[in-house]
Ligand binder design. Structure first.
Ligand code: FES
Length: 130
C-alpha cells in the first residue's frame, strides 16, 4: 500500500444511515446508495430488479435527512409515488439519513402492487454480483 492509498483510507467520509422499522444503523462511505448500504450490512430490503430502478420494490420513505441525498434523476422520478419517497437503489447518502422501508420483507402483509411473484432479498449469501 502506498502513501496515497493510505491517505485515501484515512480521509474517507462515512455517513450514518438508519433503516426503519428494523432500527438498524449502518455507516457507509459517502455517496453510497441506500440499497447497497443496506445489503452490505444485512438490512432486509426488497428488490425485484436488483438495483436497476425498474421494480420500485426498494422504495423508502425519507424520514430525516432528505437534504443529504442526491437529486432525483429521470430514471427514478417515474417510480416515485409520494414526495417523501425515494428508490433505495438510486438515493445516494452524503450525510445522515433515516429512511423507512416501504416494502419491509419482515412484514407478512402482501403489497398489492408487488403481485404474487414478489422477491424479497435480505442480502447476505445471495447478494447479487455487480
Ligand atoms: S431495486 Fe428495483 S427499483 Fe430499486
Amino acid at each position: 500500500m502506498n502513501e496515497a492509498s493510505d491517505s485515501k483510507n484515512t480521509t474517507e467520509t462515512r455517513v450514518r444511515i438508519t433503516y426503519l422499522p428494523s432500527g438498524i444503523v449502518v455507516e457507509a462511505p459517502e455517496g453510497t446508495d441506500l440499497l447497497t448500504a443496506a445489503r452490505e450490512n444485512g438490512v432486509p430490503i426488497a428488490t425485484q430488479c436488483l438495483g436497476e430502478a425498474r421494480c420500485a420494490s426498494c422504495m423508502v420513505e425519507v424520514i430525516e435527512g432528505e437534504e443529504n441525498l442526491n437529486r432525483i434523476k429521470p430514471d427514478e422520478r417515474h417510480s416515485i409515488t409520494r414526495k417523501s419517497y425515494r428508490l433505495a437503489c438510486r438515493a445516494r447518502a452524503y450525510g445522515a439519513v433515516t429512511v423507512r422501508c416501504v416494502h419491509d420483507p419482515s412484514v407478512t402483509k402482501k403489497d398489492p402492487g408487488l403481485g404474487e411473484d414478489s422477491h424479497f432479498d435480505v442480502g447476505g449469501s445471495d447478494f447479487f454480483d455487480r
